[in-house]
Design a protein around this ligand. Structure first.
Ligand SMILES: Nc1nc2c(ncn2[C@@H]2O[C@H](COP(=O)(O)OP(=O)(O)OP(=O)(O)O)[C@@H](O)[C@H]2O)c(=O)[nH]1
Ligand SMILES: O=C([O-])CC(=O)C(=O)O
Ligand SMILES: [Mn+2]
Length: 604
């Protein structure tokens, strides 16, 4: 074998044989100018952010310490679901909701794309760990990337660097996560601020537990510890090992009686997880603390309860709509600095702004596209999927349990979506299987978090449609089996919420944000057996009197509209659910058909 002399390949700071062999193989394929082992230090952050400022990728903010504005290429602003693949050996294992290609065929295509793709650039080796490195089985990964933006963002979003590499020892298993922007530089060619490629592939090899990403620098496509590892690959591990990897926030709720409850909630992308996780209750005596805003790994403890852990280290949150009125704790988190803001607007005095941050927009801004912007401009100043990337440890209401590798015992799971009609503000499942049915039939309007049309209602099962790394029918079965295998009295209770129902004039029926604490209160009172509910065809819905709306200024009619279960609307859902379930053929657990029959008979 001929070995090419690429600086940085020699004298690697590890003797991990499998890692060394893989780095060498990928460096020889992609031909970077050098290989750099990421150590995760402040000095390295300083060096990389300075390089990004010099390259015109970052603008250092005057008004926030150690923070940066970044504008992506306008074509590279969101997850690309149509370019995301699950390359299982058997096509049936990818199922009807994923794109599939034969792994050998995909590797052949991507090997040609990767060949020489890092010319003129640096290959960074980022050792990372999802969840605490003190865990019994630390969940290691190593990302190779030619993007400084990715290195800097990964340092915020995951535990990375020398300590992780050290903990990997000489032979600990890790998920190899290969990433390239797909934009090699010829000698003398000047770089652009946001290199990327028109050809994009976000690929998962579930049997190999490996990730190959090409062509995009955007968060969910490029920060491979997040969606690719912690959801798509981890969901496969979870299926095989009897746990759950979910697109869920985790919060701690303390009642006025000082009782504590842990709640997990799955809402699709850009449907309110970050906001609920950091909620400031409007009702007296209640307290919320944050554990996670996007991903929950859940395993059963010896006591038979389901424990949830947030594998991430940062927040990659939707910027627009985040303001002092709606999410003050997110504002306090980013105000401490150490953050990267992508595709938001820049103020004239060196700060960032986006729609919804303040009531009054500044008189002049530089838009995310780098154009002059005034309140009279036709387009928003910030991309609807612009994001803040900020350390979770800066969150002023971070729960101390965040660092506990054991996780926290979950009492309630909420499913939710963005629906203008049909879905009531809150309902409670009759039992676990009914809750699984709620998850499996969850529907939501599409958002700007993924490329494609916005506002189209689609099924987004468990808010995991783009993230289930295997056959979704098998995934539903895994949820059903999970319920069967454990003591039903200790399982979390399941609820379905919708903050986004509209009135006839198109306005939100429910004020949302901090007022969602009223729904959390009802959930807790259901757990404690004190809140009344009406049994409806879709589950237990609060009686108007059992939901605390004191001081809200809503009329009784408005509250009833928010809670209403309309038979005609639900009858219209039935054929959609039937069509959805038929996609899965034999893979759909029969209990899901049973639940649909129950719904139908209760509706008639
Ligand atoms: N009307 C209304 N809007 C909300 C509410 N909660 C969140 N939003 C808005 O919904 C958008 C997305 O909210 P996030 O909390 O960032 O969504 P997320 O689920 O964390 O999204 P991802 O990071 O994409 O997974 C933001 O613009 C919020 O302002 C609510 O209760 N009511
Ligand atoms: O993946 C991303 O880039 C952001 C995110 O949380 C989502 O889309 O659900
Ligand atoms: Mn998400």
């Amino acid at each position: 074998m001929t070995s090419v002399a690429i600086p940085g390949l020699e004298n690697a700071p590890t003797t991990h044989a499998r890692l060394l062999a893989w780095v060498q193989e990928m460096a020889e394929l992609t031909m970077p100018d050098q290989v750099v082992w990421v150590d995760g230090t402040d000095a390295e952050w300083e060096r990389l952010t300075t390089k990004l400022v010099d390259a015109g990728t970052f603008t250092r903010l005057e008004k926030k310490p150690n923070s940066f504005h970044c504008a992506s290429d306008p074509s590279d602003v969101a997850r690309v679901e149509d370019r995301t693949f699950i390359c299982s050996v058997d096509e049936a294992d990818a199922g009807p909701t994923n794109n599939w290609m034969d792994p050998g065929e995909m590797k052949a295509i991507m090997t040609e794309l990767y060949r020489g793709c890092m010319r003129g650039r640096t290959m960074y080796v980022i050792p990372f760990c999802m969840g605490p490195v003190e865990a019994e089985n630390p969940m290691f990964g190593v990302e190779l990337t030619d993007s400084e933006y990715v290195v800097v963002s990964m340092r915020v979003m995951a535990r990375i660097g020398s300590q992780i590499l050290e903990a990997m020892g000489t032979d600990r298993p890790f998920v190899p996560a290969m990433h390239s922007l797909g934009a090699p530089l010829e000698p003398g060619q000047t770089d652009v601020p946001w290199p990327c490629s028109d050809t994009k592939y976000i690929v998962h090899f579930p049997e190999d537990r490996a990730i190959w990403s090409y062509g995009s620098g955007y968060g969910g496509n490029a920060l491979l510890g997040k969606k690719c590892y912690s959801l798509r690959i981890a969901s496969v591990m979870a299926r095989d090992e009897g746990w759950l990897a979910e697109h869920m926030l985790i919060l701690k709720l303390t009642s006025p009686q000082q009782k504590t409850y842990y709640v997990a909630a799955a809402f699709p992308s850009a449907c309110g997880k970050t906001n609920l996780a950091m909620l400031e209750p409007t009702i007296p005596g209640w307290k919320v603390e944050t554990l996670g805003d996007d991903i929950a790994w859940m395993r059963f403890g010896e006591d038979g309860r389901l424990y949830a852990l947030n594998p991430e280290y940062g927040l990659f949150g939707v910027a627009p709509g985040t303001g002092w009125d709606t999410n003050p704790n997110a504002m306090r988190t980013i105000d401490q600095g150490n953050s990267v803001f992508t595709n938001v607007a820049l103020t004239d005095d060196g700060d960032i702004w986006w729609e919804g941050m303040t009531d009054e927009p500044p008189a002049h801004l530089t838009s995310w596209k780098g154009e002059d912007w005034t309140p009279g401009s036709d387009e928003p100043s910030s991309h609807p999927n612009s994001r803040f990337c900020t350390p979770i440890t800066q969150c002023p209401i971070l729960a101390p349990e965040y660092t506990d590798p054991k996780g926290v015992p979950i009492s309630a799971i909420l499913f939710g979506g963005r629906r203008k009609t049909t879905i009531p503000l809150v309902s409670e499942a009759r039992d676990w299987n009914h809750g699984v049915f709620m998850g499996a039939t969850l529907s939501s309007e599409t958002t700007a978090a993924a490329t494609g049309a916005v506002g189209v209602v689609r099924r987004d099962p468990f808010a995991m449609l783009p993230f289930i790394g295997y056959n979704a029918g098998d995934y539903f079965k895994h949820w059903v089996e999970t319920g069967k295998a454990h003591d039903s009295t200790k399982l979390p209770r399941i609820f379905y919420v919708n903050w986004f129902r509209r009135d006839e004039d198109g306005g939100f029926l429910w004020p949302g944000f901090g007022e969602n604490s009223r729904v959390l209160k009802w959930v807790v009172e259901r757990l404690e057996g004190t809140a009344a509910a009406e049994e409806t065809p879709v589950g237990h819905v609060p009686t108007p009197d059992s939901l605390d709306v004191s001081g809200l200024g809503m009329t009784r009619d408005q509250v009833e509209q928010a809670l209403r279960v309309d038979r005609a609307e639900w009858q219209a859902e039935v054929p959609q659910i039937t069509e959805w379930f038929e996609k899965f053929g034999d893979k759909l657990p029969s209990t899901m058909w049973d639940e649909l029959e129950i719904l139908k008979s209760r509706l008639s």
